[in-house]
Design a binder for this molecule. Structure first.
Ligand code: ZN
Length: 366
């Protein structure tokens, strides 16, 4: 084997139906005395009950929104400082986990969240609270990456820093049983995008590649089932595993053109993250089709990249996702293409794409 690589995966992963019940054991193993639990509104009653039950959960911040805001990070930091917390537990989709990561990296240090957001202060991987990530969607894969995506005013920023790496991830498929069909489809296609982008990334490497192939196979076999019947626990468990593998597929190689385009699409036209990634995913499968991608398709049980693109289009149609720019309102294609071309993740795409080529791609999606 002629390849040289450095591989690391520092997160301890607990996986299985019902394994969220092991949270107490996980906290004990990490030596956590006092934690702040961060979640969305839907989980608030359960979080309050957990806090009443376990004195180590010192406070709950149940206010995380779909595109997490810096204000939520600020509030979590305040709770951490007030309670002297040594850990933050994020329970929810990427939003809750990303809020928990950011707050954990700010709380024990000088300064406010905004200083770090603006780059006026630097994160320090050796000075942060412990992070326990509990995903309830399948998913962002945020439980195994050092990425946090947080918005402030009209800006949406992706920060990649070792200080954000969770200490432990608890992936319990049962927590995803009540996720509505539309979110199931959006987040499932996000997981597919992570696997494909990690695989075709310019920084791809052999161990994440293996995970990507399996993640693609599992999403294509299980996403439609989980979408049609949320109580199908086998499909939910396979999707939870696929999402975890998707996260591990891109944690080191990083994502590429599809995620680069997702940020302007979310900022300008308010598409949820998964839908924004899915918007260009089949287009980039065709742009990036090469011998390696054909091999992934065959190993994942598909005939070729054309079949992969068709399967993605069919899933988007099934989920009622928007697929044309005309569905997003007035779109200035040159401005959109320029914003996508300027995103740093675009440099990670195997095929170089300038704003003219991206504009031609978006024209075809008009
Ligand atoms: Zn994503």
């Amino acid at each position: 084997m002629g390849t040289e690589f450095v591989y690391a995966q520092p997160v301890k992963i607990y996986f299985g139906e019902g394994c969220f019940a092991r949270l107490g054991e996980v906290l004990a193993e990490l030596g956590v005395q006092r934690a702040v639990l961060v979640c969305g509104r839907h989980f608030a009653p359960e979080a309050e009950a957990m806090a009443a039950d376990d004195s180590r959960i010192a406070a709950v911040f149940p206010g995380v929104e779909q595109n997490p805001q810096l204000s939520g990070v600020r509030e979590t930091v305040r709770l951490c400082r007030e309670t002297g917390a040594d850990a933050v537990i994020g329970v929810g989709g990427g939003s809750s986990i990303d809020t928990a990561k950011f707050a954990a990296a700010v709380a024990p240090n000088e300064g406010e969240a905004l200083d770090y957001y603006r780059g006026l202060r630097a994160f320090d991987a050796n000075s942060r609270l412990r992070i326990v990530a509990v995903p309830t969607t399948a998913g962002t894969g945020s439980e195994v990456t050092q990425v946090s995506v947080v918005s402030h005013e009209s800006e949406k920023k992706t920060i990649n820093h070792p200080a954000f790496m969770p200490s432990a991830a608890i992936v319990d498929p049962r927590l995803s049983a009540t996720v509505p069909p539309r979110t199931t489809m959006n987040t499932g296609l996000d997981a597919l995008a992570h696997a494909l982008e990690g695989y075709w990334s310019r920084n791809h490497q052999p161990i994440p590649d293996l995970k990507a192939v399996e993640a693609v196979r599992l999403v294509l076999e299980n996403l439609e089932r989980a979408y049609r019947d949320g109580s199908d626990m086998e499909a939910r468990a396979n999707m939870a595993y696929a999402s975890l593998l998707g996260g591990l597929s891109f944690a080191l190689p990083k994502t590429a053109a599809c995620h680069a385009c997702s940020y302007p699409l979310s900022e300008l036209y308010h598409l949820p993250h998964g839908e924004a990634c899915a918007f260009t995913l089949d287009s980039f499968v065709r742009v990036n089709a090469d011998a390696r991608l054909e091999e992934l398709c065959r190993r994942a049980g598909l005939k070729d990249t054309e079949e992969l693109a068709a399967r993605i289009r069919a899933l988007k149609a099934l989920g009622g996702l928007r697929t044309r720019l005309s569905e997003l309102g007035e779109v200035d294609i040159p401005a959109l293409a320029a914003a996508c071309a300027a995103h740093p993740l675009m440099n990670n795409n195997p095929v170089r794409l300038d704003d003219k080529r991206l504009a031609a791609m978006f024209e075809a999606l008009r």
